[in-house]
Design a protein around this ligand. Structure first.
Ligand SMILES: Nc1nc2c(ncn2[C@@H]2O[C@H](COP(=O)(O)OP(=O)(O)O)[C@@H](O)[C@H]2O)c(=O)[nH]1
Ligand SMILES: [Mg+2]
Length: 349
């Protein structure tokens, strides 16, 4: 799953990309988009690893794929659907708002959404005309006609929502309908995370209430400042941070905000070799979790031993104590993994 950085040109997407990934944006890759794989740090896994002291001393963190994109234009708007097309395969959108040189944050978000709605509408209208042409053809199996008619009705509902300036998500799709339109990869169906790129002069400003009411997840950070702070030696950085009144750096919190905002979560595996976190979608079963370790583990799945992070912590990370206190559960195929579960899969050989 990829999260795509989006917003208007100049809002600081490439600065965010470098800040989060440590990779310099490559100007040659601007138009097709540039991807980086980023560790999603987790203090829980750090604590587990410190206790287990595995052969690999550093925890192995789950990764987030982040995509930098060229960004939208405010004048040449005709090119925006093409620019947005890069994001179709992304599983979530991180809307970067310019909070360092502007104070119209809610307006920036509204304008960005409008561009997404227009791009989605274009796709829906194209599909409508194609299905209509198909329906005019004669001598087709009744089943195909029925399917086309159902799709057309669904497309009309989407058209109506988008025409009214609403995201496709308001239509409320059932699983069958969701499947029908999945390949269109509509932008306004994707989870949205808002990130305010603050300047050094307005670091501590509260998120405007209007923006909070517009979006479910709003993060903010002084992106460029933190990027610059990183280049300083640790002691100088401390002094500088104190002068600025900065308690902590926001990078890790923002990474986690994006990861969880995109509907992801983690489970942990522990052992003598390594301690590791794995990314799975919220709602995944333990067999799906097993599959991300190895397909064999999923195919030959027998059962799993599971303990929640909170219970494990309460047992001082002792598996023995967890067992005697009855906190280590045995779960079958249908178990829905919870964030922070420590999972041990048992498979047949
Ligand atoms: N003063 C200031 N400038 C910033 C900040 N963030 C980004 N910029 C500058 O804004 C310009 C555009 O940033 P960039 O990351 O390339 O934006 P993009 O077009 O969204 O990728 C660059 O010159 C950045 O150095 C910030 O927090 N403060
Ligand atoms: Mg850029």
């Amino acid at each position: 799953m990829k999260a795509g950085l989006v917003g208007f040109a100049g809002s600081g997407k490439s600065t965010v990309f470098e800040w989060l990934s440590g990779e310099k944006p490559d100007p040659a890759k601007v138009q097709q988009g540039q991807t980086a794989m980023i560790d999603v740090p987790d203090d829980r896994l750090r604590a587990i690893t410190a206790h287990y002291k595995p052969k690999k001393p550093e925890p192995v963190f789950a990764k987030l794929a982040l995509l930098d994109t060229p960004g939208l234009l405010t004048d040449e708007r005709k090119d925006n659907p093409r620019r947005l097309a890069i994001l179709r395969e992304a599983g979530a959108l991180v809307v970067v708002l310019d909070g360092f040189s502007r104070d119209d944050l809610a307006e920036q978000l509204r304008r960005f959404r409008e561009e997404c709605q227009l791009a989605d509408l274009e796709i829906v209208l194209n599909r409508i005309s194609r299905v209509e042409t198909q329906l005019k053809k004669r001598a087709r199996p009744a089943k195909e006609i029925e399917a086309d008619e159902a799709e057309l009705a669904l497309l009309r509902r989407l058209e109506q929502a988008l025409e009214q300036g609403q995201p496709a998500s308001v239509v409320g799709l059932n699983p069958e309908e969701e499947k029908t339109i999945r390949s269109f990869q509509l932008l306004t169906l994707k989870p949205e995370i808002v990130l305010i790129n603050r300047g050094e002069h307005n670091l501590g400003e509260a998120v405007p209430t209007e923006l909070c009411s517009l979006s479910r997840i709003v993060l903010q950070a002084p992106v460029k400042l933190e990027l610059e702070l990183r280049t300083l030696p640790p002691d100088e950085r401390e002094v500088f941070m104190q002068e600025l009144g900065l308690q902590v750096l926001q990078r890790e919190a923002v990474l986690r905000g994006i990861f969880y905002g995109a509907g992801r979560q983690v489970f942990f595996t522990v052992g003598e070799d390594e301690c590791r976190s794995w990314a799975i979608p919220v709602g995944a079963t333990v067999v799906e979790a097993a599959a991300c370790i190895h397909t064999d583990l999923a195919e030959k799945f027998v059962r799993a031993n599971v303990i929640s992070y909170a219970d494990f912590l309460a047992c001082n990370f002792s598996e023995k104590e967890a067992k005697t206190r009855g906190l280590m559960r045995t779960e079958g195929k249908t178990y829905i993994v919870q964030d922070g579960d420590i999972v041990h899969i048992l498979a047949s050989s």
